[in-house]
Design a protein around this ligand. Structure first.
Ligand SMILES: [Zn+2]
Length: 306
């Protein structure tokens, strides 16, 4: 939310004049919190997405049962849980987290009383426990009941759900979740659509392996519909495999840009100081803490690590 400049000038003038203007929005005050807009959308064969605040939630729901992939934050998780309960009065069998970041796991606690099993890749489970314990927020978390290494699957609600681990990418523990019969694949934050991604190096990220796993997943599920963790405003949070290859090319371009800078003995400061990557001007920052400079810094550290 931004404050319209005209509105700011008017309200400031009113404030300066001492006019009793009720609910005047003064500069420096936080804008009123508007509740996030939430939405359920179908993809196909009882699988769809829920958008609210944080990473896109994927779901499978039939009268026999339901599955959620990721949990956003508690406020929107509540709306999601209520919607899934309506679609599936018998309850929610599984909650699967694609990775440990708060905008995908903080809502786990809302799902907890209604969900039979919470599933995470084992590296994700470790990162979730370690980071939340360190942050002193473990009491607000709901952790995994079931973890897997390379892959896992379960038949549920008329489909077969798979979790696959392709090694480090956005973090050290990202899982790709597949609804086999619906042919829908949830990428979590392995996919950012036209947005500069977070590269979580302290969490074990690897841009090089991220590039190769996008390629492997796109090839393996070439005709699937993919769910993306995040997208720029106006861009979809779902799409075909060619979008994975486009994002692979963006990450490759980031590595190439940094590699060239290192080869030319350009300083790290100079290397990361670019407005956009050549051929990828459409990628934007949606979170001020997650920028192209951050991606390039991570690439620099990765490429110069011994
Ligand atoms: Zn993330």
């Amino acid at each position: 939310m931004t404050i319209d400049r005209r509105q700011f000038l008017t309200t400031s003038t009113l404030a300066l004049a001492g006019t009793a203007a009720p609910k005047v929005l003064l500069f420096g005050q936080a804008p009123p919190q508007t509740p996030p807009v939430t939405k359920f959308e179908d993809i196909r064969r009882n699988v769809g997405i829920f958008t609210g605040q944080g990473g896109t939630i994927g779901w499978l729901a039939t009268p026999d049962g339901a599955v959620a992939v990721d949990a956003q934050f508690p406020a929107t998780a509540k709306t999601c849980v209520e919607g899934l309960q309506q679609k599936s009065p018998k309850g929610i069998q599984l909650l699967i987290n694609t990775h440990y970041h708060g905008d995908h796991t903080a809502g786990n606690s809302v799902f907890r009383p209604l969900v039979k099993t919470i599933v995470q890749q084992e590296r994700c489970a470790q990162l979730h426990k370690d980071t939340t314990t360190k942050a002193g927020s473990s009491a607000q978390q709901a952790y995994a009941d079931l973890t897997f290494g390379e892959s896992w699957s379960q038949e549920v609600a008329g489909d077969k759900v798979w979790g696959y681990y392709y090694g480090p990418g956005h973090t050290g523990g990202d899982a790709v979740i597949v609804f086999e019969k619906a042919n829908v694949v949830h990428m979590g934050d392995l996919m950012f659509n036209r947005v500069h991604p977070r590269v979580d190096r302290p969490g074990g990220a690897s841009i090089k392996n991220w590039v190769s796993q996008l390629e492997r997943v796109a090839k393996r599920h070439s005709d699937a519909t993919f769910i993306f963790g995040h997208a720029k405003a106006g861009q979809p949070v779902t799409g075909p495999s060619k979008e994975l290859l486009y994002f692979r090319d963006y990450l490759s371009a980031a590595l190439d840009h940094v590699q060239k800078g290192i080869r030319d003995k350009t300083s790290q400061d100079e290397i990361i100081k670019v407005e956009s990557l050549a051929n990828f001007p459409d990628h934007v920052t949606i979170n001020p803490n997650i920028t192209l400079a951050g991606v390039l810094t991570a690439a620099y550290e990765e490429l110069s690590a011994r």
